[in-house]
Design a protein around this ligand. Sequence first.
Ligand SMILES: *[C@@H]1O[C@H](CO)[C@@H](O)[C@H](O)[C@H]1NC(C)=O
Ligand SMILES: *[C@@H]1O[C@H](CO)[C@@H](O)[C@H](O)[C@H]1NC(C)=O
Length: 490
Amino acid sequence: MHPFIHIYIILLCIISSFFNSQATDTKPQTQSSLVLGLSHVRSLYTPSMTLLNSTKYDFLDIVEPVTAYTDGYLLSLNLGTPPQVFQVYLDTGSDLTWVPCGTSSYQCMECGDQHSSSKPTPMFLPSQSSSNTWDLCGSRFCVDVHSSDNRFDPCAAVGCAIPAFTSGLCPRPCPPFSYTYGGGALVLGSLARDSVTLHGSIHGIDPLSPVEFPGFSFGCVGSSIREPIGIAGFGKGTLSLPSQLGFLGKGFSHCFLGFRFARNPNFTSPLVMGDLALSSATDDGGFIFTPMLKSVTYPNFYYIGLEGVSFGADGGSASTMAAAPPSLSGVDSQGNGGVLVDTGTTYTHLPDPFYASLLASLAAVVPYGRSRDMEARTGFDLCFRVPCTRAPCAAEDDELPPISLHLAGGGRLTLPKLSSYYPVTAVRDSVVVKCLLFQRMDDDGGDAGGGGASGPGAVLGSFQMQNVEVVYDLVAGRVGFLPRDCAVRA
Ligand SMILES: *[C@@H]1O[C@H](CO)[C@@H](O)[C@H](O)[C@H]1NC(C)=O
Ligand SMILES: *[C@@H]1O[C@H](CO)[C@@H](O)[C@H](O)[C@H]1NC(C)=O
């Protein structure tokens, strides 16, 4: 179903074990350490504001503030009438949007610190929304969430008679579903329909006003394994948020602010859907474009090709580029390979032996000693003891080489240094430890015999998209990247 979302889950575990080890550490935390905690965004709607009617406008753009969380980026969802507000992960690697929901408290197994009984998870209360209904067994969303090839299955499961379901008129609700993210993580729920209210602008020039999209289909989730909050699915499937709202004929963009702003309510960054997302993304504007690749097996996700990686301030010339294996530069006829652009994965994952060779070349050019201690504690593969005699020891001042991704089509994306290396300790004895925040792609391990990897060859994660505007141009079939400062003062 969603064979590669397990990466996201594994990362949550890695991160939470990292933070758990930090939390039990009695040494003071540095400001530049990664921080835990949800940033609470006020609801921007007041009942007196007039709602734009989304069905009336062809030239509607949506602009939403996105905040940094510990391991990803959050979007604020206003669901129901009156709106109930939820912070959910923005995930381009899945389709379903869901929120904790129901009448009893939310059950989350293996959710660690993010889910404690002392601070109950906010839940959507369907009974408190005058516009809430349950999705019916015959709806395309119900068929999709049940991953059924037979559109009558869900109605058959809830006992509709043949005349009722073949006429499409069976009035019974969509049966409860489980939505699997792999690695044993899943959510259990029922499909609800309600209004979702976002910030819209006509032609992208008028001031933002609330726009209501009635009948949005989402998961009302009562229990999960390892899914503590909620998710907005931004894939290309029927259920995804941009698909339901009608933006997949155009596109969308995000520009993630730095993780250092996690838990800081004063800064957000924009998510844009509609023409406005595409109009700013031009070659003249400095964007680096690469074709959006198609996977026959996983058609709902965004793939690009990676030709190689280089290190160095000049971005590296072709001669110093380490060439990526063919499995990363394209998607094969079975739909495997390529690089998945996935905001639901924290760090970029590259496969061995390519990844191991990059680590070796990097270790050979970096003039600093390794911190094996922090490597062991954080699970990152390369951590360096970087001298810091004068705070704040900005990324530009160290000699860690910038990392460039050479994309299919010839574009070269040089990542901001803080999107590649991150300080994981306070400055102590004039040294700060900075780790490379890339990780090894797991072998899928699903098929016996090691007969080749299925799924994407690599994953571009949200950490490497910090301070890079990323445009998903579904008109031209390309993905654009532009490094820039994404933080907006709220
Ligand atoms: C929005 O406009 C459509 C078409 O003009 C109309 O059918 C619908 O009732 C309107 N909805 C609201 C909430 O005004
Ligand atoms: C946010 O801004 C307010 C007002 O300027 C300030 O008092 C507060 O410390 C800021 N919060 C953070 C986390 O920087």
